[in-house]
Design a protein around this ligand. Structure first.
Ligand SMILES: C[S@@+](CC[C@H](N)C(=O)[O-])C[C@H]1O[C@@H](n2cnc3c(N)ncnc32)[C@H](O)[C@@H]1O
Length: 258
């Protein structure tokens, strides 16, 4: 995308600077007037991937629920032991009200920071996030060599997720972030999880990472990762929602050109 069209899009969608995505006030303001925005894709697009990993007896933690309907969809599948957190108090209040109005009163919605999870060790069978980890990279600079602050945030998140997962728990990360950028973080030696991913989406690829705690094998090395060719993001400018396009561009488009 050339500079002019990028700036034009930025002026009409999303915040004036992508740094706003790191600011809780931005999300509070946004959720005050917005009732539903589904980042990446809705549940129907990755249901087939999730179903292999979550059962009605699973205890599930969703990070950064926003005003997504992912937890509604999981609930409809019979998964009732669900806890959602978000940094935004407005998102939490609105989500609580929406779920109560639907009669989904078992779902817990709490204000919380995924960089400092308040849950006890080994509390959940599954931790899931969609588009929330991506937020941590909006100011990461060169994705091949992300700024230390972005790496620090991402590692704080992953350490918390690893800690609150049960011994054979699963972390599901549904993301724009590409495997060659996520892999160095996921595969830090302190983590015992195995790493796999699938993709979904018709033209543009979204990534569905599955990290299984306690399942790391000696072969879970970089060389073992299935390589997915992701054509330049420019091809998909018209396919992505305007704001998703801007968000995705800032996360790791620089990587597409190498
Ligand atoms: C890109 S939106 C994704 C929302 C939702 N998961 C979806 O798929 O539509 C990011 C969400 O993460 C929340 N968020 C940002 N930083 C967070 C943090 N440190 N802890 C918890 N939630 C956070 C924001 O308030 C926002 O709701």
């Amino acid at each position: 995308m050339n500079e002019t069209s990028s700036e034009a899009k930025r002026a009409t969608v999303g915040p004036p600077s992508v740094l706003a995505y790191l600011d809780p006030n931005y999300w509070n303001d946004r959720f005050t007037s917005e009732d539903h925005y589904e980042w990446l894709k809705d549940y129907s697009h990755f249901r087939h991937l999730i179903q292999q990993h979550i059962t009605p007896t699973s205890s599930v933690l969703e990070l950064g629920c926003g005003n997504s309907q992912l937890c509604d969809e999981l609930y409809k599948e019979g998964i009732t032991n669900l806890t959602c957190i978000d940094l935004s108090s407005v998102a939490v209040l609105k989500m609580q009200a929406r779920l109560l109005s639907k009669g989904y009163k078992d779902i817990k919605v709490l204000e919380g920071d995924m960089l400092n999870l308040s849950f006890a060790d080994e509390s959940f069978d599954v931790v899931i996030e969609k588009g929330t980890m991506d937020v941590l990279f909006v100011d990461s600079g060169d994705p091949w060599n992300p700024r230390p602050e972005a790496v620090k945030r991402a590692m704080a998140m992953l350490q918390g997720v690893h800690r609150v997962l049960k011994p054979h728990g699963i972390f599901i990360s549904i993301a724009f972030g590409q495997p060659h950028f996520r892999r160095p973080l996921f595969s830090s030696p302190e983590f015992t999880w195995s790493i796999e991913y699938a993709t979904f989406g018709d033209g543009f690829h979204y990534f569905f990472y599955i990290l299984r705690k306690g399942q790391k094998s000696s072969s879970s090395d970089a060389a073992d990762v299935k390589k997915v060719e992701t054509p330049s993001l420019r091809l998909y400018q018209d396919e992505l929602e305007d704001e998703d396009y801007l968000f995705r561009t800032n996360i790791d488009e620089m990587g597409d050109d190498r």
